[in-house]
Design a protein. Structure first.
Length: 451
């Protein structure tokens, strides 16, 4: 699901992924999947696409991103996708790896996961789709990417392709204008209406047109078939509302309207979506009730959310699929002010996936909240032994919080200084200025308090 804010929040809250060797963990790879993904080698994939005369399909992911892992465990693993293997050259790009910085510089990523279709003849992005998809939606993306590559389309289809390309180039405002035109020109029963609505709202969010985005969601949803695209439209509209200033005059009205749509997406009849997608709807409902300062409903929704996640995790076919739910189980337990409820599951994840830094990084936070500070510090050390790239900053930030809880300000300061120094060694395309600013602000506050 398109859990932009969630992925960004959780990357800072708990940190996550890989090993110090600068190679991806096999636990989260496409190994054994029906599509022959090349791992983290853009040059090779590009050369193959040029040689075969077909476009390049790219899955840009990160091991800390629960939606990325859900896509791998429940969608990209679907055996029915094997019939599409010859349509593209397939590439996965793990953004935790510094070796992928050049790809990110050429094809920027704002949200995880992001799916690209690239024309190898000009190294031009034809399509950039942010978020998850069902198998059926993924197959439509394949069609849209091929159409854009081959050309010759007209009308609303051409406008959709143009909007996709503009968004892929980072021209979000122009993309939004073009996609809105596509929806206006398209017939009422257009088969791509849902996808176009998702893409339009994504572009408006990227262009920071938050109020217009929320209003557009409320305008378009009644004309959109009930589907995952409809649910994502409600969720995107809600994210736009939650991005408005607290004193925005229209904030309450828009929040209530879109919160009703999100609740409707969760209600029967069930929409075909992954458990991770459904979890994202719960999360944004909790955020909406927090914005309304409705503590009682926050608790009630969080309890329902956590019970749902525990049931889904129990049905997961393997440890990799079960860990899809770890970050949201942690978050829901924290909202309930019962962080210990998530600890056994994440301890099991660490046993099952010993090379993955996500479980110990999450445990470090949970143990700290439970007052188990020695355990928190030990978990942080295990995470640091496995983490790499920019995600190391999140682990170090969490480690500083543990030292603060231990009333060891000197060690907290030293840890934050280490994080900031490390940030300066990383490729610019892989470092969030917001994360670095947060580290610097935290350091300044600690230094001031120590004087």
């Amino acid at each position: 699901m398109r859990l932009f804010a969630a992925c960004l929040l959780l990357s800072g809250l708990v940190a996550c992924t890989a090993a110090n060797s600068n190679v991806p963990s096999a636990d989260a790879s496409h190994a054994g999947a029906p599509l022959p993904f090349i791992q983290d080698d853009y040059a090779r994939a590009l050369a193959e696409a040029k040689a075969k005369g077909i476009p390049l399909f790219v899955d840009v992911w990160a091991p800390w991103c629960h939606t990325c892992r859900s896509m791998k465990a429940y969608v990209l693993s679907d055996a029915s996708l094997a019939r599409h293997a010859d349509r593209f050259v397939w590439l996965e790009v793990n953004t935790d790896l510094t070796s992928n910085a050049a790809f990110q510089e050429q094809y920027p990523v704002e949200f995880w996961p992001t799916l690209y279709v690239i024309d190898p003849r000009q190294e031009k992005a034809l399509l950039r789709f942010a978020g998850s998809a069902t198998v059926a939606q993924l197959e439509k993306l394949f069609e849209d990417g091929e159409r854009a590559y081959k050309g010759g389309i007209t009308g609303a289809e051409a406008l959709l392709a143009r909007g996709d390309a503009l968004y892929a180039e980072g021209r979000s405002a122009e993309a939004a204008e073009t996609l809105a035109e596509a929806l206006t020109e398209a017939p009422a029963d257009w088969s791509r209406r849902g996808r176009a609505v998702e893409s339009l709202l994504t572009a408006m969010y990227g262009a920071k047109q938050h109020e217009d985005c929320a209003r557009k969601a409320l305008e378009e949803l009644p004309k959109t078939p009930r589907s995952l695209s409809w649910a994502n439209g409600a969720l995107l509209g809600m994210y736009c509302v939650l991005s408005l200033p607290e004193d925005a005059a229209s904030g309450t009205e828009l929040r209530e309207g879109l919160e009703a749509k999100v609740a409707e997406a969760l209600a029967p009849p069930a929409i075909d979506m992954s458990a991770d997608d459904r979890s994202g709807l719960y999360e944004v409902r909790v955020q909406a009730r927090e914005a309304a300062k409705d503590a009682a409903t926050v608790k009630a929704l969080s309890a329902e959310w956590l019970t749902f996640l525990e049931a889904e995790a129990a049905k997961a076919p393997n440890p990799q699929a079960r860990t899809v739910f770890d970050s949201h189980r942690m978050l829901a337990a924290m909202k309930l002010e019962t962080p210990g409820r998530a600890i056994p599951a994440i301890e099991q994840s660490e046993k099952d996936l010993p090379q993955d830094y996500n479980p110990p990084a999450r445990l470090a936070t949970l143990y700290r909240l439970e007052g188990r500070l020695d355990d928190a510090l030990a978990a942080s050390e295990r995470a640091l032994a496995r983490v790499q790239g920019a995600r190391r900053l999140s682990v170090l930030s969490g480690r500083a919080d543990i030292f603060v809880a231990r009333k060891d300000t000197a060690s907290a300061v030293k840890t934050l200084e280490e994080a900031i120094t490390f940030a300066k060694t990383l490729p610019a395309s892989q470092v969030s200025p917001r994360m670095v600013a947060g580290l610097e602000k935290k350091l300044t506050g600690l230094q001031s308090s120590a004087r």
